[in-house]
Design a protein around this ligand. Structure first.
Ligand SMILES: [Zn+2]
Length: 278
């Protein structure tokens, strides 16, 4: 993990001058890592705790692969992909002159919605996202609330942004969308209440044996998705977004890997909530 706090430079507003009261013990799980997190009651969608709330509700950044469950759920709802559709992942993916090659090992079987989420298959997500009509994925992302305020931070809060871009890039969280840690948590609250079985299973698999396994908590059912992204200023971001039966959590921090950097922090926060310590 980098020492220099480049994350602070993502802050768009200087309005957060006073120490706010939402931290409630969540800070300790960051152990010096530069980033932010929100913990939300899954049923009431009430904010329970936040680390660095000025970042959680104030910096809009690329969400990377944390968008995949939201995008694939929308594709399933629209009949643009079926849960049993199988796609042989070619591994390599180039979009707009950039490489988005999959980082998962060869899977030995064609990819489905479930395994695409478990192993974060870029090729699968981009392939099926190209079935959205022009502008359709933009409206999907707006409907998840990614460009909206959550209301958790009062007048201080800034919103994410959603705009038209090639759907393949949008589906990978690389263009056409910037989220706040708070707006992504609100989207995952909505996802938790309506996720298709294949999406839920993929997120559970991601934590059991896929990219998010460092969020695993013995005895607790955790479903989630990692992501990594790079801001236009070159700051590397590591993401985890997920939920248990009781809580939704998002973690965003400065780091190269959602699985290695963000997932363990999310797991510790979810465990503390489960055990009544938050
Ligand atoms: Zn792949």
């Amino acid at each position: 993990m980098l020492r220099r706090n480049a994350i602070a430079s993502l802050l768009a507003t200087g309005a957060w001058t006073k120490k706010v009261a939402w931290t409630k013990g969540i800070d300790r799980y960051f152990e010096g890592a530069h980033g932010t997190s929100v913990l939300v009651d899954r049923k009431t969608r009430r904010l329970m705790a936040a680390h660095a709330p000025e970042l959680a509700g104030g910096s809009a950044v690329p969400p990377g692969s944390t968008l995949k469950p939201l995008v694939l759920n929308a594709l399933l709802e629209r009949g643009l992909v079926r849960a049993d559709d199988a796609f042989p992942c070619p591994g390599d993916l180039r979009l707009g002159g950039r490489s988005f090659a999959c980082s998962h090992p060869p899977l030995g079987a064609p990819v489905t919605v479930r395994t695409a989420i478990a192993y974060s298959c870029n090729c699968f997500a981009a392939h099926y996202a190209s079935r959205f009509r022009a502008g359709e994925l933009t409206r999907v992302l707006e409907r998840w609330g990614l460009g909206s305020l959550t209301g958790w931070f009062g007048e201080h809060e800034g919103a994410g942004r959603v705009w038209d871009a090639p759907p393949q890039l949008q589906a990978l969280g690389e263009d056409g969308v910037l989220v706040t840690t708070a707006s992504l948590a609100m989207a995952y609250c909505r996802l938790a209440s309506r996720a298709a079985p294949a999406v839920l299973a993929g997120m559970a698999d991601a934590v059991s044996f896929g990219t998010a396994q460092r969020a695993r908590v013995t005895g607790l059912k955790v479903a989630g998705k990692t992501g990594s992204a790079r801001t236009p200023a070159g700051v590397y971001l590591a993401w985890f977004a997920g939920f248990t039966d009781g809580a939704v959590v998002t973690v965003m921090l400065q780091g190269r890997s959602g699985g290695a950097d963000a997932a363990p922090i999310a797991g510790r926060i979810l465990e503390a909530h489960w055990k009544g310590r938050l």
